[in-house]
Design a protein around this ligand. Sequence first.
Ligand code: GTP
Ligand code: MG
Length: 334
Amino acid sequence: MQTFVDYVKIYFRSGNGGPGVVAWRREKFIRQGGPWGGNGGRGGHIILEADPQLWTLLDLKYRKFIHADNGDPGANKLCQGKDAEDIILKVPLGTIAKDPETGEVMAELTTAGQKVVLLPGGRGGMGNAFFKSATRQAPDFAQPGEPGIEKAVILELKILADVGLVGFPNAGKSTLLSVVTAARPAIADYPFTTLTPNLGIVQYRDYRSFVMADIPGIIEGAATGKGLGTQFLRHIERNAVLLFVLPADVENLRGVLKILLAELKKYNPVLLDKDRVIVVSKSDLVDEIQKEEIKRSLKGHFPVFISAVTGEGLQQLKDRLWKKLEHSKEVLLP
Ligand SMILES: Nc1nc2c(ncn2[C@@H]2O[C@H](COP(=O)(O)OP(=O)(O)OP(=O)(O)O)[C@@H](O)[C@H]2O)c(=O)[nH]1
Ligand SMILES: [Mg+2]
């Protein structure tokens, strides 16, 4: 099984806590005011947040240093220093943070919106007012803020999808995802039902599984912006195997496949080097004679006929995909 290498190393520093201060109460009519120095504010945390809209760590590739601000010092009149703002770094689902020295996993982001404090900011120091007690009426000292943490951290992205679906709008891609996984994408009898990618996990024999990604349909001219364009193709760049979905009730499937391959190539020729599997969907809509014609037209591509209605070909397809995945090459991102 291939492993994707999507990986960045960043030097982080969480903020220092602000120092507490030494101050004294000085007001008219109060002669010997007591200690009045406030506490420092907390330094900024470094927080990771899982964002389902992100698919790679590429956005972070060129950010070598990320520092949070320090907390403000405490002030006179028991004023607490302001806490620094936290740095919230959005990362794709499946990101893990590792300590480069020990290899220890510091955090793993697996659910949308999940937030993890990677490096906490230092706590603010206590002002001298805090140290006042019955036996110590006038403490003339305050605590410094706790220092932040400075540390290199590796962010690594695990595989998100092994199989990416490619096809014209209305080909039955989302339907296929819905019958082989527990995902429930929108399905309808019109083009561009799917507007954003969906992921599902295909359970295979013996508790093995792989991930399938359903993306919006592609049309001729997509590379030049027709339809939804090719903006979603970046989501299948990381897939090991591309699954082309060609609907049985459309003429000239060889021509359809050619258009799809041409659009992929215009977007990124590397996509054509990936392993592929061709399925003819909606096979329940054609008879045996038409099937033979389709087979002839797709000669050399060994299509699997499937139907979400009758269940035809689904197990065969899973077997075929699994075999390809087992032998797929290692995919390295640039
Ligand atoms: N008869 C039959 N109809 C199917 C089958 N699979 C899908 N359909 C129908 O085809 C239409 C389109 O299905 P979708 O799964 O939404 O197609 P899609 O490829 O995801 O389309 P976009 O999201 O627009 O790109 C729907 O009306 C489905 O019910 C099938 O195996 N047999
Ligand atoms: Mg769809």
